[in-house]
Design a protein around this ligand. Structure first.
Ligand code: MG
Length: 172
């Protein structure tokens, strides 16, 4: 059984992952409206991945005999001035998520909840990737500045991103 404290913290993470999904769907819609289909696609894939993250926590809570409690999802920003602004917000947000995952790990460690620590290991690695990816696009967009061909080329690149189900859900 999960401790009540661990259960509450994991439920808070479910909400945070759904909020992330909401944020990226909002960014995706913003870029669709602005005529950047590739950026819109990239954030639409990100939206699906965040739903996967939420589901991993939901399934885990249930597998440990815990109760899933879904709280309201806070509203998100709806407009970004540029792709750079969106990726800068993405990096800031992912750093926040990393800190949350690390806090969960610290709690699981304090409670000697080894199963939860093991489950969180995948998220610790995932967050390294999330931050590295966002930083990479920030670097690229800073080089591109307002060069139309650069934005066009990056939009094409981001348009090629496809969704793959997160490994813990795919049973890998
Ligand atoms: Mg996530």
């Amino acid at each position: 059984m999960l401790s009540k404290k661990m259960e509450a913290a994991l439920n808070a993470q479910v909400n945070a992952e759904f909020w992330s999904a909401y944020l990226y769907l909002s960014m995706s819609a913003n870029f669709s409206a602005q005529g950047n289909p590739g950026f819109a696609n990239w954030f639409a894939v990100q939206f699906k991945e965040e739903q996967d993250h939420a589901m991993i926590f939901v399934k885990y809570i249930l597998s440990r005999g815990g109760k899933v409690t879904l709280a309201p999802i806070d509203k998100v920003q709806t407009e970004w001035a540029s792709p750079l602004a969106a990726f800068e917000d993405t990096l800031t947000h992912e750093k926040k998520v990393t800190a949350m995952i690390h806090d969960l790990y610290t709690l699981a460690d304090a409670e000697k909840d080894y199963a939860t620590k093991s489950m969180l290991g995948w998220f610790v690695d995932e967050q390294v990737e999330e931050e590295e990816t966002a930083q990479g696009y920030i670097d690229a967009l800073k080089m591109i500045k307002d060069n139309g061909f650069g934005i066009y080329t990056l939009d094409k690149e981001l348009g090629a991103r496809t969704y793959t189900q997160a490994a813990p859900l795919a049973g890998k």
